[in-house]
Write a protein that binds this ligand. Structure first.
Ligand SMILES: Cc1cc2nc3c(=O)[nH]c(=O)nc-3n(C[C@H](O)[C@H](O)[C@H](O)COP(=O)(O)OP(=O)(O)OC[C@H]3O[C@@H](n4cnc5c(N)ncnc54)[C@H](O)[C@@H]3O)c2cc1C
Length: 678
């Protein structure tokens, strides 16, 4: 048994960064209601994008008790996107997860917290007050130029403005929206203030006011099982407690225990049918229960004890069809057994943030299609998580001794098969894969060679892994140290070129590459272009000086030679040196999901560009006038990226008249040559 790691981290909660005057401006692009983990995370994304945002929180400060405690590798990748991964990792425990028959004995199986294909630990555990403080400070300290927070306030009413936003010379009638008029009440003074916002995000938790305001209903059920949850602060001289997460599959009292940083411990016990919830919290019942699970009552301080019924509920509408959306607990409450509550909300934020940015920039001509895709893409994943978590809970909560015996026998028999053991212990075995089946992806793109001997693997809609890659210095043919793929992909769309190698002296490919990288659609999506080279693969440099001069985005060449390589993922091929692989273009969305894979008959610039244009509903006016807009905005300081104070009383004017400076058809004849590189 390992000792709990008690350290002297100062865990004081400060209010240093909360908007001192608690004032807000009159106009915002986005209003986020609720500053829990998900609202605060979205505020970081929008702040990084330079979007004028107000966060309204009804509590005076963030939660003071530990609630959720777990985040997965995908959650860490999302935190990396806004530069908070390292800080969260520093304050977290990486724990083995053990399934034991009784407290600390009779191990059935264990899962190690090793790194996954995202190059982050599978699981981390943290203290929610500190976790929330870090995420909240993330936007308060870095994005105070465009994100405001007011606390001790709540939204009391929302009304639609009668007229569309007067967006100057906005030529795109279809995409015009009406503003939301919002009344905010200060909960201490009772004062009411008014503001206007284009978009409203309900991040206001399970009892969401915003959800009710859009008449969305939570559907689902509550678990019949009741649980007693106890959180305690552990004294330094407390006898050692197990430093791992433990499911105790004991039929007479299913339970779980875990250490929470820096010096807390959690116990959760199933309340049996013949027990009364209110009795369970009494010391005469609670203390012996804790003592039989390692606790020395005289050397700990209980900070939370509560009886819970776990919820399994999903809102019927996460989007009101106009400009109001729900995220996190406001639209789904998942059973806790896979620890996916916070991770699910983080995925919502990752999914919606780039769509909000495209809409506010005027890049997209139909915001309803864009925002509707959010629930279409996210809900199936929530349903899968709910189903798997429910099954996991049922397995852990078996209270019949014979059934428990059979479960243990079945588990140990199954896990004696190496392939099943691998499946159980790898990422997909514990939680359902996060795949987009319908939504803003190009399902028609080619998969013809993307198959193993036995079955096809559809990688469209999957999240791309994050191997370490080496950036090849274009000028001096040198390789940099290893960096994580996301650092090359960047925050917008990215376009990966595979197998455009030295032997392809095919002029058609030259034209194709040239058409893609000079195309207006990729330009307005701020696409990063990346040539991917396999280990020892001979290649020609795709990007020339002339192609880079007309681009604001970056052109990179990366060497993909790690064990879990991109080649292996895309082509289901262990040999990244395989010269016979087809030239392939892979388009990645800003949330790192694969939009489309193009090869063979689909490897045509017209096909790729028309797919992106139609699926995303690219605004033609914006695309044709993009260069002009950039020029105008640079002069006026009036972009979505401008600070809130600079343009406090006016909304961003997105589309300006001007000459057509580009072609979004993909049929131009501009051709660069492939440069010899090695
Ligand atoms: C009491 C409780 C105990 C929990 N225990 C556990 C646990 O043991 N393990 C686990 O995995 N998960 C637990 N959870 C769930 C976990 O905390 C949530 O999944 C997670 O916090 C969801 O984050 P969120 O940002 O979506 O919502 P929340 O964390 O609920 O944040 C919503 C925020 O909105 C604010 N708000 C609400 N209404 C308004 C309004 N009208 N105007 C302005 N602000 C508003 C709230 O004050 C809050 O700060 C618990 C949740 C609760 C409520």
């Amino acid at each position: 048994m390992n000792n709990i790691n008690i350290n002297n981290n100062n865990n004081n909660i400060t209010k240093k960064n909360i908007n001192k005057n608690n004032n807000h401006k009159k106009y915002y692009d986005v209003l986020i209601v609720g500053c829990g983990p998900n609202g605060a995370l979205l505020a970081n994304f929008l702040g990084e994008m330079g979007i004028k945002t107000l966060v309204v929180e009804c509590a005076k400060t963030f939660t003071q008790v530990p609630r959720a405690a777990h985040l997965d590798d995908e959650g860490l990748r999302i935190l990396k996107r806004i530069g908070l991964d390292e800080e969260i990792l520093k304050q977290s425990f990486q724990l083995d997860v053990k399934f034991n028959k009784t407290f600390c004995s009779g191990n059935l199986t264990s899962i190690k917290p090793e790194n996954t294909e995202l190059n982050f630990p599978r699981s981390i555990f943290w203290f929610q007050p500190k976790f929330e403080e870090t995420i909240r400070n993330g936007f308060l300290e870095r994005y105070s130029n465009c994100v405001d927070l007011i606390t001790d306030c709540r939204v009391v009413s929302i009304e639609k403005e009668k007229f569309n936003i007067d967006d100057g010379d906005n030529q795109d009638e279809e995409n015009q929206i009406k503003l939301n008029n919002i009344k905010i009440e200060n909960l201490t003074t009772g004062e009411i203030s008014n503001l206007k916002s284009k978009i409203i995000i309900g991040a206001d938790g399970g009892n969401s006011f915003i959800r009710k305001s859009i008449a969305s209903k939570m559907e689902g059920s509550s678990s019949k099982q009741r649980w007693l949850v106890v959180d305690a602060k552990i004294d330094k001289d407390h006898p050692p407690l197990p430093h791992y997460f433990q499911f105790i599959c004991n039929p007479s009292r299913p339970a779980l225990t875990l250490p929470i940083p820096p010096n807390h411990y959690r116990w959760e016990f199933l309340i049996n049918e013949n027990e009364k919830s209110e009795e369970m919290e009494k010391p005469e019942i609670l203390n012996p229960l804790l003592q039989s699970h390692g606790a020395d009552i005289s050397k700990l301080e209980i900070i939370r004890k509560a009886c819970y019924v776990f919820q399994n509920r999903i809102a019927d509408n996460w989007y009101n069809g106009d400009t109001t959306l729900l995220i996190g607990d406001a639209c789904h409450l998942v059973p806790p057994f896979l620890g996916m509550g916070i991770s699910s909300g983080f995925r919502d934020v990752q999914n919606i943030a780039w769509k909000i940015e495209l809409f506010l920039k005027g890049v997209i001509s139909n915001h309803q299609t864009l925002f509707s895709s959010y629930q279409i893409e996210r809900q199936p994943n929530i349903e899968n998580i709910t189903e798997k978590a429910t099954h996991a809970g049922e397995m852990i909560m078996i209270t019949n001794r014979y059934k428990a015996f059979l479960r243990n026998l079945l588990l140990s028999t199954l896990l004696s098969f190496p392939s099943i053991e691998k499946l159980f212990h790898n990422k997909a075995g514990m939680k359902p894969p996060n795949i987009i089946k319908h939504g803003l992806i190009d399902s028609t793109s080619s998969l013809t060679t993307l198959q193993s001997n036995t079955f096809k693997i559809n990688i469209i809609g999957q999240s791309i892994p994050q191997p370490f890659v080496k950036l090849i210095n274009k000028q001096i043919k040198q390789q940099s140290n290893e960096i994580l793929l996301d650092e090359v992909l960047g925050n917008g769309f990215s376009c990966l070129f595979f197998n455009f190698n030295k032997n392809d002296k095919n002029c058609e490919f030259n034209k194709l590459v040239s058409k893609i990288i000079s195309n207006q659609v990729f330009k307005i999506l701020k696409t990063n272009f990346i040539q991917v080279i396999g280990n020892n693969q001979k290649y020609s440099k795709l990007f020339t000086k002339s192609s880079s001069s007309s681009l604001s985005s970056s052109l990179s060449i990366i060497l993909d030679d790690s064990k879990e390589s991109l080649f292996k993922f895309i082509f289901n091929n262990n040999n990244s040196n395989n010269q016979t692989l087809e030239p392939t273009i892979v388009i990645i969305r800003p949330d790192k999901f694969i939009f489309g894979v193009y090869q063979n008959v689909n490897l045509k610039s017209s096909k790729i560009i028309s797919s992106i244009t139609s699926i995303l509903n690219i605004n033609y006016n914006y695309a044709f006038n993009y260069d002009n807009i950039n020029f105008t905005n640079n002069n006026n300081n009036n972009t979505t990226g401008g600070s809130a104070s600079e343009s406090e009383n006016s909304f961003n004017s997105h589309v300006h008249s001007g000459n057509s400076l580009g072609d979004i058809s993909g049929d131009d004849n501009n051709s660069d040559i492939l440069e010899e590189f090695n």
